[in-house]
Design a protein around this ligand. Structure first.
Ligand code: SF4
Ligand code: SF4
Length: 372
């Protein structure tokens, strides 16, 4: 099967004078092969007319087009196709009751789309113009997802979602108002949030806002809990608290799904791992689920042996010691003992130290103790 996708955010027909339409050889005889969509104002390619020559892919000045030939058997696993961009998501992660399913993969390969579908925010169209909920349940007949979607669409399965982007939550509402009804949560103390309860959401740091939204999600009455990148902005201590709280949900028999890039966090909190691979902006394919160790190792290896699929040309290898080529010993600069005091009483004491050329220094510590 062939997919022809246009990344709508990249496509700027007004800047290129519709270059893809002008260079497409099929356009001369079949002028509907590439059109500028009247609703979006962006290019749209008809995959049935496109012959896959790749000329438009190479000519587009904004690298907005992907034309790819994928295995024909994948056509039966199309879960959603965005009508405007042409992005296709193949298959879905399967949440498991009482377990934490971790999802890893490239950005732009469909992880967030998968979460939207599983949370009911997006009804998948199964690659056609049809997006009836009954077709979705039928599509997954005999699979665990059939039961899941039956519950979701009948209102018997409630979902709580911690979204990836939190900026839209930065309002003038106070934390206390936002967490109304959830102020008895032990997580407020564990996350040291008591001191910001009277603050407005738009005054919080990234880490504080992340923790507040995690508390709200975890304390919601739901059967399935989804966390999109919950470790972002959190320091090591808060990541552990978050991980334990997320695992508690699974121990209560809930469906728990976590999208995360940090392999250490996933190793800590997930029971299973699904890998989403593909071409950002063009397609995403959801793998089978694996045990955590195997899933992480396959991700590092860049290869899924069960379906003989290579994700990357190279493995990711961790060395016990830095590669010798990087180790140089010339001193770049040094500093003596010093301290910094702020009017609010905060005082930072700094020990003498040395920085070397060619070496990476890692500064590790809780948020709010003076790293910045
Ligand atoms: S896809 Fe590329 S070449 Fe085609 S209209 Fe958009 S920006 Fe221009
Ligand atoms: S890949 Fe070739 S045939 Fe297909 S839309 Fe682009 S230029 Fe036209």
């Amino acid at each position: 099967m062939r997919i022809a996708a246009v990344e709508t955010e990249q496509c700027r027909p007004e800047k290129c004078d519709n270059l893809c339409i002008r260079v497409c050889p099929v356009e001369r005889t079949k002028p509907e092969t590439i059109v500028i969509d009247k609703t979006t104002g962006k290019a749209k390619i008809d995959e049935n007319l496109c012959i896959g020559c790749g000329i438009c892919v190479n000519k587009c000045p904004f690298s907005a087009i992907s034309v790819l030939n994928l295995p024909d058997e994948w056509s039966t696993t199309v879960v959603h196709k965005y009508p405007t961009s042409g992005f296709v998501l193949f298959w879905l992660p399967t949440p498991k009751k009482g377990s934490v399913l971790g999802i890893i993969g490239k950005n732009g390969a469909g992880k967030t789309t998968a979460l939207k579908i599983l949370s009911g925010e997006l009804i998948p169209n199964l690659g056609s113009d049809n997006n009836a909920t009954k077709s979705v349940v039928d599509f997954f007949r005999g699979k665990e997802l059939q039961r899941y979607f039956s519950g979701l669409y009948s209102g018997n399965l409630r979902v709580a979602v911690k979204p990836q982007y939190l900026d839209q939550l930065r309002t003038q509402q106070t934390v206390k108002e936002y967490l109304d009804g959830k102020l008895g949560s032990p997580l407020i103390d564990e996350f040291s949030l008591s001191s910001v309860l009277s603050s407005r959401l738009d005054e919080l740091s990234g880490g504080e806002l992340q923790k507040v939204v995690i508390v709200k999600t975890i304390e919601s009455e739901a059967d399935a809990y989804f966390f999109d990148e919950p470790a972002s902005f959190l320091d090591v201590k808060d990541r552990l608290i978050m991980g334990k709280a997320v695992r508690r949900l699974a121990s209560l028999g809930k469906y728990v799904l976590v999208v995360e890039h940090d392999l250490v966090v996933l190793d800590y909190l997930a029971d299973y791992i699904t890998i989403v691979y593909g071409e950002p902006g063009a397609y995403g394919y959801v793998s089978n689920y694996y045990g955590v160790r195997n899933g992480i190792n396959y991700m590092l290896l860049g290869y899924l042996p069960d379906i003989n699929m290579r994700l990357r040309a190279d493995q990711i290898v961790f060395y016990k010691h830095a590669a010798k080529a990087f180790i140089q010993s010339e001193e770049a600069f040094s500093w003596g003992a010093m301290s910094v005091s702020y009017d609010n009483g905060f005082k930072l004491t700094i020990q003498p130290g040395v920085a070397y050329n060619g070496k990476v220094v890692c500064i590790l510590g809780e948020n709010g103790v003076g790293k910045t």
